[in-house]
Design a protein around this ligand. Structure first.
Ligand code: HEC
Length: 202
């Protein structure tokens, strides 16, 4: 844990130096590697390009939160990643530290391709949903962003307590994260007793 914080601080310092030297790309790369949120001069969140090397939490398939399901019946996969040092922190405490960032990537699905005869696999990339815990920057602590297939930066979804924020606030098991759908984290949250009383996890 101490090591993780040391690494995070070290990488943040490197990112600061890179900004200071006028190398925003190097800064973005350094921040990306550790999974710290990075904002442009316009205040938009920079696309977290390196998230595939972060900690992988779980995947959903065709998940829908309304009775109807998806309008066209096309089921999507979602893969969730989190800042590596935040993952270490969660293992120890069962909660998320400030500057945690989650990426949910969306993929289409197919059952027909190559040698596949049954079941479904992921095919075309459809975009990213991003959630950031940044207590000083956002008055409601958690902020939400959408990136299409290649957008470089994105503005926080407004108003601050929007539909994303509300659903996560009301239904997520731990703080704003849907740990009830990430089996390995759920065990930790149960053990640390950090599941919100209001959450339906069963
Ligand atoms: C009606 C409820 C609901 C709304 C509205 C909603 N989400 Fe979520 N979100 C979920 C659920 C359930 C999960 C669990 C995992 C999944 O879907 O794969 C989730 C997971 C996530 C995750 C992964 C980390 C986590 O918190 O578990 C991100 C990132 C995310 N949502 C972003 C967004 C963004 C951005 C919006 C708004 C544009 C949004 N969500 C709106 C229910 C919601």
């Amino acid at each position: 844990m101490k090591k993780a914080i040391g690494l995070t601080v070290g990488a943040l310092v490197l990112a600061e130096i890179a900004v200071w030297m006028g190398q925003p790309r190097a800064a973005a790369r350094a921040a990306d590697a550790i999974g710290a949120p990075q904002y442009g001069t316009d205040g938009k969140l920079v696309r977290p390009a390196g998230y595939r090397k972060w900690a992988y939490l779980s995947s959903g398939y065709g998940m829908s939160y309304s009775d109807k399901g998806s309008a066209d019946g096309h089921l999507m996969f979602t893969n969730v990643f989190v800042t590596p040092s935040s993952y270490d922190y969660f293992v120890e405490h069962g909660t998320w530290p400030d500057k945690t960032m989650f990426v949910l990537e969306v993929y289409g699905s197919s059952s027909k391709g190559s040698i596949n005869k049954h079941g479904n696999f992921q095919n075309e990339f459809m975009g990213l949903d991003v959630e950031v815990k940044d207590e000083h920057r956002f008055e409601d602590k958690w902020a939400y962003f959408n990136f299409d297939v290649k957008e470089e930066s994105s503005e926080a979804t407004k108003p601050s307590k929007n539909d994303c924020w509300k659903c996560h606030d009301q239904n997520a098991a731990v703080e704003h994260s849907f740990v009830q759908f990430y089996p390995e984290l759920l065990k930790i949250a149960k053990d640390k007793k950090t599941i919100k009383e209001s959450a339906h996890i069963g």
